[in-house]
Ligand binder design. Structure first.
Ligand code: NAD
Length: 471
């Protein structure tokens, strides 16, 4: 196998490994699922602030429409290309199936380095890209719903929804044309942290299993495990933040321009404040700085979380990886050959198609909220509180003592939007993990990636069969 295979081909190698276990699909169905359904390649002009014109190149790939709409982020990166977009769209198909959100897979990208453009230029770029997608029917609440990805965030999503609403004048569902929006524009509480939090929830499940920890010579539980994280953007920051909340020790964090280390545990929030203030994580208080950015991948720790880009761990550097657990917060951070190498060495790889699915899970909640036009918890919050107060009164009357406010606070929480979203996310990450483990055990599959793809292919092929695509 060629180590330098394009990203989409690498995804399809994982598909092929899993396809061998799908015995019930009709002939030809798996071949169809594997293909990318449609891709648009766009070039449009940007008038720069100095009056010059630059051509901006971009893509949107819709890998699958077995469920509608398609769903997937939009990435702004200087190395973006069509193959990458198609690979990421395919991963979205499988990811959505694994976590049971009813979407097909899509992805979009512009080949730009956002740092090289002014705010006004970025706004013009995003609005024009939205127009291009709209004019080609590649965006819409029932067609294709983008979200943030590498190099984009709430700000870009707010430009997208605003532009879309100026074009689609008849629909009442226009807020659902994109997710990851600011709360004030139809976003949902809990989306910002969803991917990083989901990564930690998934890790927590894996670390709780003795069957998985014993071969690694690790104790069960996430508590006190040492963690190194590559990339301190949206996903990396929240993964670090919640790792600490769950009791793990984040000892190293890497960014473009260096790695910071504190063996006693990095103060994650202080590091974010330092990064916001100085534009870099280097020279953060109470941390050593290592000069080479790839040092983070080789850091001696229990858990490595790559949360930057694909193709980071390859055959030319995999030998130096020391972590025993690798949670792929980024999409495709380990090449297929390097992945096989690590598995043979006994490492536990928790694959991207499962572990970073928290983002799309909460995006689904946001989309449902937008279509129903009501905030989660609005209808039942007061009703639940009233019922709860009644139960407390019954306890007080029967026992002669009402539980103290401290005790009540310790064991209960209100059904507000963020609590409901976190709880829905946790339920999803736990039940999908159990499904994957069940498949792994029953089919005696060695690695969690193949089992995750089997889980996805079972569901996608079942949906297609039920739709009667191949009568
Ligand atoms: P982001 O742009 O917010 O952050 C990425 C960070 O990685 C940036 O700060 C960047 O400087 C850093 N980085 C880039 N190359 C690096 C390198 N070689 N070494 C160290 N740091 C490097 O992007 P994000 O939204 O956090 O996405 C990160 C990854 O997670 C991507 O692969 C994305 O596809 C995946 N992902 C994101 C989401 C989401 O909800 N945002 C959901 C699922 C998967």
């Amino acid at each position: 196998m060629d180590e330098n295979l394009e990203f989409f081909k690498q995804v399809n190698i994982n598909f092929d490994k899993a396809a061998k276990y799908i015995k019930t699909a009709q002939p030809g169905l798996l071949d169809y699922i594997k293909k990318n359904n449609a891709t648009i390649h766009i070039n449009f002009p940007l008038v720069r602030d100095d009056g010059s014109i630059e051509v901006i190149e971009g893509w949107r790939a819709q890998h699958s429409q077995h469920r509608k709409p398609c769903k997937g982020g939009i990435r702004y990166a200087p190395i973006a290309n069509q193959d990458e977009v198609k690979a990421l769209a395919a991963l979205m198909t499988y990811k959505c199936a694994i976590v049971d959100v009813p979407f097909g897979g899509a992805k979009g990208a512009l080949r730009i380095d956002p740092k090289k453009y002014s705010l006004k230029e970025l706004e013009r770029i995003t609005r024009r890209f939205t127009y291009e997608l709209y004019s080609k029917s590649f965006i819409g609440p029932g067609i294709d719903v983008p979200a943030p990805d590498y190099g984009t965030g709430e700000r870009e999503m707010s430009w997208i929804v605003d532009t879309y609403q100026s074009l689609d004048l008849t629909s009442t569902d226009t807020l659902g044309c994109v997710t990851g929006k600011p709360i004030t524009q139809g976003g949902i509480r809990g989306r910002r942290e969803a991917t990083g939090l989901g990564v930690v929830m998934g890790l927590n499940e894996a670390c709780a299993e003795i069957d998985l920890m014993k071969p690694l010579n690790l104790k069960t539980g996430l508590e006190n495990k040492t963690v190194a994280i590559q990339g301190f953007g949206n996903v990396g920051y929240y993964a670090a933040y919640y790792c600490q909340k769950y009791g793990a020790k984040v000892v190293a964090i890497g960014e473009f321009d260096g790695v910071v280390v504190n063996e006693n545990g990095i103060d994650v929030e202080a590091l974010k404040a330092h990064q916001n203030e100085t534009g870099s994580i280097k020279n953060a208080p109470n941390c050593k700085t290592l000069p080479h950015r790839d040092d983070i991948l080789f850091f001696d720790c229990d858990i490595l979380i790559p949360a930057a880009l694909e193709n980071q761990i390859r055959m030319d550097n995999v030998e130096k990886v020391k972590a025993r657990i690798i949670a792929e917060a980024a999409n495709g951070p380990i090449t297929t050959l390097a992945s096989d190498y690590l598995l043979n060495k006994g490492a536990l790889i928790i694959p991207d198609v499962y572990i970073n699915a928290g983002g799309v899970t909460v995006s689904y909640f946001e989309w449902v909220k937008n279509l129903s036009n009501v905030r989660f918890g609005r209808l039942d919050k007061r009703f639940q509180k009233q019922n709860f107060d009644n139960i407390m009164n019954i306890i007080a009357e029967t026992t002669g003592k009402r539980p103290s406010e401290d005790l009540i606070r310790k064991y209960t929480s209100q059904a507000d939007e963020v609590s409901l979203v976190h709880s829905g996310l946790q339920d999803t990450m736990i039940s999908s993990f159990q499904q994957i483990r069940e498949i792994q055990k029953s089919l005696e599959i060695k690695d969690m990636r193949t089992a995750s793809f089997v889980c996805a292919l079972q569901k996608v092929s079942k949906t297609y069969s039920e739709l009667g695509i191949f009568p």
